[in-house]
Write a protein that binds this ligand. Sequence first.
Ligand SMILES: NC(=O)c1ccc[n+]([C@@H]2O[C@H](COP(=O)([O-])OP(=O)(O)OC[C@H]3O[C@@H](n4cnc5c(N)ncnc54)[C@H](O)[C@@H]3O)[C@@H](O)[C@H]2O)c1
Ligand SMILES: [Zn+2]
Length: 392
Amino acid sequence: MEPQSRPMTEARTMQPARSPSGGEAAGPPDPAGNADLSPLNVALSERSYPIHIGAGVLRRAGPLLASLAVRDAVVVTNATVAAHWQAPLMASLADGGVRAQVVTIPDGEAHKNWDTLQAVVTRLLELRCERSTTLIALGGGVVGDVAGFAAAVYQRGMPFVQVPTTLLAQVDSSVGGKTGINHPLGKNMVGAFHQPRAVLIDTDCLATLPPRELAAGLAEVIKYGAIRDAAFLAWLEARMDALVARTPADLAHAIRESCRIKAEIVAADEREQGERALLNFGHTFGHAIENALGYGQWLHGEAVAAGMVVAADVSRRLGRIGEADVARLAALVARAGLPTTSPALGFERWMALMGRDKKVVGGTIRFVLLDALGRAAVTAGVPDAVLRDALP
Ligand SMILES: NC(=O)c1ccc[n+]([C@@H]2O[C@H](COP(=O)([O-])OP(=O)(O)OC[C@H]3O[C@@H](n4cnc5c(N)ncnc54)[C@H](O)[C@@H]3O)[C@@H](O)[C@H]2O)c1
Ligand SMILES: [Zn+2]
């Protein structure tokens, strides 16, 4: 197996990287606020990589990548993202002495498929890319997943850099090394683990994101607080209005905490034997909503938001958390501009849809439930009577 396509099994810790001067990680104060500008480090022994987070990171991409010995690159993007962010990225790459070409793929989940993968690989061959060329994904999760998979398989693996431009991609899909495409018989059914060399997260990119897409990303941010970090959840309650207003320093902090939590969980359980399943909080119910309404009606994050409120309510009915906890989570979800109420599918339909979920083991649906705001556990064997009362 090629080194770049190896899973992150040796990942154990997530720690702040040292600054280029070799000093400790506490970065210089952000002139616009007090954000930490030092990169996070995803600790994967010889394949460790930095996550740079902040305003203006994209405009520093060239020098940043040059310092990682990137000389030749191909940027994979789509027309929607390119209209806003291709020119500044290309200018920065030129500035850093990185030679770069662009490959544009069609926008949308429907194009996360074999045809698009084939088209990207064909362009790489036509451009006579070598295995040393770095592939740069500029876009949301769809671009990141397709480009990452192309990088994993092109000549058995080429270096790959993520420049995620949606909030969802910045807090979720760009961390963890999962790449892939959809198959007509199922979402994300074909793919590979392929870790990037670096992740460059520019909060400025979120300025052009439609409000619904921003809110969808906030659902995953709230998820991290709910399952793992009560202090972060309290911070989200204090700063949700600033996040919705896209205040760069607050966005940077929310992204940083989210990436830290996801990387910690993935590092501890890369193959989803245990702890990584916690990342599915709200997702068993959410996937049922997406499936019932047809993908595209509700965004993934919207379905997850409503699903998290159901999961909290089920937790309350089992006596694991209080009514006030459910109300707090629902209020935060609502302030992010996300739905708190699931569609009334009826009990039988819910159960049929959830029975198809990947998280069913041995015929029992495993739910991620809360034991407190900030602490979650995987639970099998929730009584039907409880679900019947909880599900609309
Ligand atoms: N690999 C993983 O671990 C992982 C994790 C979660 C989700 N995913 C995948 O991610 C995908 C969803 O990603 P997504 O929510 O980013 O959707 P997306 O990539 O479809 O982006 C949403 C829309 O926003 C546009 N867009 C992107 N950046 C923009 C910007 N800065 N300004 C304006 N418009 C912009 C896109 O072109 C698109 O139309 C799914 O395919 C999902 O399976 C992967
Ligand atoms: Zn999700």
